[in-house]
Design a protein around this ligand. Structure first.
Ligand SMILES: Nc1ncnc2c1ncn2[C@@H]1O[C@H](COP(=O)(O)OP(=O)(O)OP(=O)(O)O)[C@@H](O)[C@H]1O
Ligand SMILES: [Mg+2]
Length: 455
């Protein structure tokens, strides 16, 4: 007798006991039997028992097996290998390899695919419990099989969606990197005209100076030739005197010697300006340095100012209040891109003439850089939108609306914060706060959220 049947018999016998003294309570017995049959046959789980060895031949299967699996109970009992034979070949090895532990742990739980009568597979959650006799000898195994196919499908679907999301995130990351690169190129492109102008200007006057110096050299060579002739005695005295006088009048030697010195120093200064711009361009883009490095943020700000000079110089006076800053571990060219966007935004917010103030300070193991302008400010309704990608209030074609969203991403990547405080008509201050070492970001903030600010 299987355990279930044994269990039912014991239950029924206990009910029968008081009746033995009087009359056998057959009615109660039938009622109990029917109740247990109903319960076992109608639970969501298929209840079965099997021998506790070898092929685990089934000795009892609840009726609901036919509803779930499509097999009649008898058919399952008749086939000595029914259980093993219907487990999916891919799942059987995992069960085989650990089934022996049932005799150590007394219980095992498996999830496997089980073949139904129509040849399809259902996912089953199976709890096997070993029943022992009083001496501890295994008597039988009782199993509870529950159909978990829909849960498994849901898990598969979730996993598929998770996988898709992971792929999407990777694609987004790549798109963001490309976007950053193209925004960098766009901002350099936008500034290229200004930089070209900055370089063209000194080159223009240096080449004009060279022209003049060339004329001066020709005059001086002419004078040298004249003096050589006189020294060689090739000219009569009076003629020589007249020629020298005429030459000195033409050449205006006093003015020439003064002007040569001016032209040379002006040209030197012009070339120095070109050299500075080229150096700033190199510093700004930090070509070949895409890794984290210790960088001087003041140098980054200065080289960015040099490049943005053409955008700024006609209407903006830049005031610097640089504090003592340590070297900061950062991606320098990316931070320069942030400075560039904030400076250009500041300049663009000033319609006529105004001031851009740059402040830097250290606060414990963080640094802060703020860029304030006396421009038109940001309307309160836009304050929470300015960091959104593609949000721009600038005319079509003049702003992509990516500057601040990319800047936000760069600052976050450095473990920092960016705050804005703005009053319409008064001006705007952006404050960046960065850890000196991004590995160490769990320290109190240098700056709190300014009133009315967004971050
Ligand atoms: N200093 C500022 N003063 C006033 N408004 C600002 C300032 N900085 C940003 N803004 C506002 O935030 C918006 C978004 O700035 P963001 O730098 O992201 O894009 P953009 O400057 O419009 O375009 P892009 O930087 O791509 O050329 C701007 O269009 C402007 O409305
Ligand atoms: Mg911008």
């Amino acid at each position: 007798m299987g355990h279930c049947e044994a269990f039912m018999a014991t239950e029924c016998a206990s009910m029968r006991a008081p009746a033995v003294a009087d009359a056998p309570d057959l009615h109660a017995l039938v009622k109990a039997n029917a109740r247990y049959r109903h319960i076992i046959g109608n639970t969501p789980a298929i209840i079965y028992s099997s021998v506790p060895s070898g092929d685990f031949r089934l000795t009892f299967v609840s009726e609901n097996a036919s509803r779930v699996l499509g097999y009649e109970s008898q058919e399952m009992l008749d086939d000595a290998n029914f259980w093993f034979n219907h487990i999916h070949p891919d799942d059987i090895a995992g069960i085989f390899s650990s089934l022996a532990m049932l005799f150590v742990e007394d219980q095992k739980v498996y999830e496997y695919r089980f073949r139904t009568s129509d040849g399809s597979y259902l996912w089953m959650h199976d709890t096997l419990r070993l029943i022992r006799d009083g001496a501890g000898k295994p008597l039988e195994v009782i199993g509870l099989m529950t159909d978990i196919t829909s849960r498994k499908h849901m898990e598969d679907e979730l996993q598929r969606q998770g996988e898709e999301q992971r792929k999407l995130i990777a694609q987004l990351k790549m798109a963001q990197a490309q976007l950053m690169q193209s925004e960098k190129l766009a901002s350099i492109g936008q500034l290229a005209a200004g930089v070209a102008h900055e370089i063209n200007n000194p080159i223009g006057f240096v080449s004009a100076n060279l022209n003049t110096l060339g004329n001066y050299v020709a005059t001086l060579l002419e004078g040298i030739k004249l003096y050589q002739c006189i020294l060689g005695g090739a000219l009569p005295r009076e003629m020589a005197d007249a020629q020298v006088r005429s030459f000195e009048q033409r050449a205006d030697l006093a003015y020439l010697s003064e002007d040569v010195t001016d032209l040379l120093s002006e040209s030197n200064e012009g070339l120095q300006r070109v050299r500075n711009i080229v150096q700033s361009l190199k510093d700004f883009s930090r070509t070949g340095e895409s890794n984290w490095q210790m960088a001087d943020l003041h140098q980054g700000l200065d080289s960015t100012l040099n490049i943005a000079n053409n955008e700024l110089k006609y209407k903006v006076s830049v005031v610097k209040h640089y504090g003592e800053l340590p070297m900061v571990k950062c991606l320098a060219s990316e931070l320069n891109q942030v400075f560039m966007n904030l400076l250009v935004n500041a300049a663009q917010a000033i319609s006529d003439k105004g001031i851009v103030t740059i402040r830097t300070a250290r606060c414990g193991n963080r640094v802060s850089i703020s860029i304030s302008d006396t421009g038109h400010g940001i309307k309160p309704e836009n304050l929470n939108r300015i960091f959104e990608p593609f949000f721009t209030t600038k005319p079509v074609g003049s702003g992509t609306g990516l500057g601040l969203s990319l800047s936000y991403g760069i600052i976050k990547k450095h473990g920092g914060h960016i705050h804005v405080h703005s009053e319409a008509g008064q001006g705007t201050t952006f404050t960046i706060e960065l850890p000196i070492d991004p590995a160490n970001v769990l320290t109190p903030d240098c700056v709190g959220d300014p009133p009315g600010g967004a971050s």
